[in-house]
Design a protein. Structure first.
Length: 65
């Protein structure tokens, strides 16, 4: 989980040699090894097979119960 969050931070900052390609659509996810929730109902998926991190807007911003 920490590795996923570090990779997301690196993408956001544009450093560490990561290429950021932001697009809307239906990505082809072949394998998921890590999940993390971000703010505003965003779910991050790490796919090591395609070396991508996918952000999914779940639309769920209600507090957990």
């Amino acid at each position: 989980m920490r590795t996923l969050l570090a990779a997301i931070a690196a993408l956001a900052l544009g450093g560490s040699g990561f290429a950021a390609d932001f697009a809307k659509g239906t990505p082809e996810v072949k394998s998921i090894t890590a999940l993390a929730f971000g703010p505003n109902g965003v779910l991050f998926l790490a796919d090591p097979t395609t070396a991508t991190i996918v952000a999914v807007d779940t639309g769920d911003t209600a507090p957990g119960g």
